[in-house]
Design a binder for this molecule. Structure first.
Ligand code: FAD
Length: 414
């Protein structure tokens, strides 16, 4: 069987960044990344593809071009974990062994959980920025729409990039406003949760745009079925104080953010918590039961905002702690829960939400340069021009700009 010092499951944002960060610390490590995908996506760019700002190709690179030099790429899917034998089992039953394991396969978009959705996606006015091939259809629908009703859905938490459903709404509203057709379009936000955004400091700025685009906010509305041909969407309405009910709403266009769950092979594994996510210490990102396993990115259960920005901070934390462990030391780095959500409120302006565990604000810039609670051109410039190169050229290469972990507090680790 193949055996490596460190095996990384998943070559996405978190997996590639961790491999690069590990090799910068210890270039003689044998590291393998296991991932079946030919293409690696910069998913944060899809919101801007759906608004006609980015071309789809700008958000995709071949996996082969991103695997760090010196890392072995095993092009296969992991099917199962055997943590007691320090082994993962690939599809086709091949075994790969490790001294230390990093688990970063992202999450599963559960399109099938909405009845009728898979068969109508990409047709009948049904779209989603959550898929590379569908984000251009969002922009096509927005461009073509002159009148009617547009629905934007948000499923129950946790989801990756919790702001993305409303970003699609604001950028569509802005395009209709600029074309002078907004007054003929009825925008409805259908949110399974009970608040517009989970960190209250950002809500006032967002509400100004809800008013500008005359969008109606519907809380506790969870999409359960779509009839594409009839252009009808059905929602379970579960307000805390009333009996559950169902409503069916006609639409001309609907932007769906799909329900999101832990990947099946994680959920059924010994690494998962009761909800199916990888069970880690939220500071060290080390597995709570298996001492030679770490996890980062969307798949694990720390209560941070699931974003690439979070993975950017988590990768150096995992790398520091793995190297410390190899050298026989205790964990040295702690992840503070940082996550970021650039809320694109109009073309050219962003409300830059940056926060850590417990919703504590964690701005990267002094307020006088960039106040995240207010819409700003500086934050749009950051999102459109700075963050893509920071992702490709820094984060995925182990250059840890804007990503220094906190030193661990004694006693806080275990
Ligand atoms: P991913 O990057 O999704 O990578 C997972 C990898 O694991 C994939 O390559 C996959 O092929 C591989 N894999 C899956 N199953 C297996 C298996 N069985 N075996 C081996 N490999 C496997 N983040 C931000 O920071 N800012 C934003 O503005 C933002 N906007 C977003 C907008 C949209 C529409 C979407 C969809 C996401 C957005 N995100 C944003 C979130 C961000 O893209 C994710 O949080 C980030 O990619 C998570 O990284 P990851 O490594 O955990 O997973």
């Amino acid at each position: 069987d193949a055996k490596f010092d460190v095996v990384i499951v998943g070559g996405g944002a978190g997996g590639i960044a961790t491999a690069a960060s590990l090799l910068r610390r210890k270039s003689d490590l044998s590291v393998a990344i296991i991932d079946p995908a030919d293409v690696h996506y910069y998913q944060p760019g899809w919101t801007l593809v759906g608004a006609g700002v980015f071309e789809p190709d700008e958000t995709a690179r071949t996996m082969a071009s991103l695997i760090p030099a010196g890392v072995k790429w095993i092009k296969a899917a992991v099917a199962a974990f055997e943590p007691k034998n320090d082994a993962v089992i690939l599809d086709g039953c091949q075994v790969v062994k490790y001294d230390r394991l990093v688990v970063a396969p992202g999450l599963k978009l559960d399109w099938d959980a909405v009845e009728g959705l898979p068969e109508t996606l990409g047709r009948n006015g049904v779209t989603s920025n959550y898929r590379f091939d569908l984000a251009p259809y969002t922009w096509q629908l927005v461009r073509e729409m002159r009148a009617g009703r547009a629905l934007f859905t948000q499923p129950p938490m946790p989801i990756k990039c919790a702001g993305a459903p409303q970003k699609a709404m604001y950028l569509s509203g802005d395009a209709w406003h600029r074309r002078g057709v907004l007054k003929n379009i009825d925008i409805q936000f259908m949110n399974a949760g009970g608040v517009l955004f989970g960190v209250k400091e950002y809500v006032p700025a967002l509400m100004k745009y809800v008013e500008k685009y005359d969008a109606t906010l519907n809380f506790f509305h969870n999409l359960v079925a779509i009839d594409g041909a009839a252009k009808k969407a059905t929602f379970k309405v579960a307000r805390p104080d009333t009996e559950p009910a169902e409503v069916t709403v006609d639409f001309d266009m609907i932007h769906v953010c799909p329900p999101q769950v832990a990947p099946d092979f994680i959920r059924v594994s010994p690494l998962a918590d009761a909800a199916g996510w990888v069970d880690v210490d939220q500071a060290t990102l080390r597995h709570k039961t298996y001492e030679n396993i770490w996890s980062l990115g969307d798949v694990m259960n720390a209560p941070n905002a699931k974003t690439a920005a979070a993975a950017r901070k988590q990768a150096p934390t995992v790398a520091d702690n793995i190297v410390a462990d190899i050298e026989g030391r205790s964990p040295v780095a702690a992840y503070d829960g940082y996550g970021s959500c650039p809320l694109t409120v109009e073309r050219g302006k962003i409300v830059l939400a940056e926060f850590g565990y417990g919703g504590v604000l964690k701005p990267s810039f002094p307020k006088i340069l960039l106040d995240g609670t207010k819409p700003s051109r500086a934050a749009w410039f950051l999102k459109e021009r700075m963050l893509p190169p920071i992702y490709w050229k820094a984060m995925l290469k182990g250059r840890e700009w804007l990503a220094q972990p906190e030193p661990i507090k004694v006693g806080a680790a275990e």
